[in-house]
Design a protein around this ligand. Structure first.
Ligand SMILES: Nc1ncnc2c1ncn2[C@@H]1O[C@H](COP(=O)(O)OP(=O)(O)OP(=O)(O)O)[C@@H](O)[C@H]1O
Length: 305
């Protein structure tokens, strides 16, 4: 894996204070990298700057300091190399579902013939379960349906990097599960690189390879990066059967409940923001600090009647 497909170096965001107030340092000295084909989630309490970081990666916002390099080039504005899905749907209200997606696909591949554009878009409309709604305008769709159009549009341009800002938050549990499964399949099939904001620890554990934990703001920073050591072949139905699952989950919940605040107030004296600690709470360690192999799965007991 190319470990530094995306490199974030010394990123800070400061908003000037208005009417004599002190400037707001949202986050500072944030460093991390994402490998090609890697799925990274970021978790942290409201206001720690997750959306701001995502907007900087997208080229929609400028950092106060620091730099983002993707595939060897500095990010300096929006690009079709990055597909973004926001919490709000950001659709063009005067265009139908099909036309909203076509607009993006035509921008990406201006030489494609009309029928090729159409069939390409249809593939992604079908994928997100909107078959039959192609000609509806956004005002005729539910919130969840609008969100699915945004997801289809971002996937359809096959970006080098997908940036997802809580994309499934507004979906009902069933649709959310279906689209999470589809996203896993697409990522496995295409090696898609993804950076995603979520508040849902189960979603992060199902989808991601690593999870970035941010301390509370202001002056938020990366507390640690959790390596998701669950098997890559996990599915929504069996992920909780892995003995690592609750160890990782408890670690994440404990961070959100208490450590995110404590670490914001008292950063570790030896912490180096250029190298946030990577932890593997799913693995049990032996006395020498070496990860024990996961226990063999027990066969379910057979009951003869
Ligand atoms: N244009 C702005 N001017 C001043 N402050 C801003 C501006 N935009 C965002 N902020 C502040 O920056 C901080 C981080 O905002 P951001 O939306 O990135 O947080 P977040 O972690 O994504 O939050 P949430 O989980 O609620 O979406 C917040 O305190 C917000 O009030």
């Amino acid at each position: 894996m190319q470990t530094d497909f995306l490199k974030v170096e010394a990123l800070s965001r400061i908003y000037p204070g208005s009417r004599g107030q002190a400037p707001l340092v949202v986050f500072e000295n944030v460093h991390f990298s994402i490998g090609k084909g890697e799925f990274v989630c970021i978790i942290g309490h409201s206001g720690c700057g997750k959306s701001t970081i995502l907007n900087v990666l997208a080229g929609l916002d400028e950092p106060s300091a620091g730099v983002v390099i993707m595939d060897g080039r500095e990010v300096a504005g929006p690009s079709l190399d990055r597909g973004v899905v926001f919490q709000g749907h950001a659709l063009m209200p005067w265009l139908s579902v099909m036309k909203n997606i076509e607009f993006a696909v035509k921008s990406r591949w201006p030489d494609w013939r009309k029928d090729k554009v159409r069939s390409h878009c249809q593939q992604f409309i079908d994928l997100v379960g909107l078959t039959g709604a192609e000609h509806k305008k956004p005002s005729e769709l539910s919130g969840g349906m609008k969100q699915r159009v945004g997801i289809a549009r971002a996937f359809s341009i096959q970006p080098k990097m997908l940036l997802l800002d809580e994309p499934f938050g507004a979906l009902d549990a069933l649709t959310r599960g279906v689209i999470q499964d589809e996203l896993l399949k697409i990522c496995a099939a295409t090696g898609q690189t993804v950076f995603m904001i979520t508040h849902d620890v189960d979603e992060a554990m199902l989808l991601s390879d690593r999870i970035i934990l941010m301390t509370n703001g202001p002056r938020a920073r990366i507390a640690e990066i959790v390596v998701n050591t669950l098997s890559r072949n996990r599915t929504r139905n069996d992920v909780h059967k892995d003995p690592q699952y609750y160890r990782i989950r408890n670690h994440l919940v404990d961070f959100l409940v208490s450590r995110s605040r404590e670490m914001a107030q008292a950063p570790a004296a030896d912490s180096d923001p250029r190298h946030p600690p990577e932890v593997r709470p799913g693995e049990e360690m032996d006395d020498q600090g070496i990860a024990k192999p996961p226990p063999a799965q027990k066969q379910p007991a057979m009951h003869l009647v």
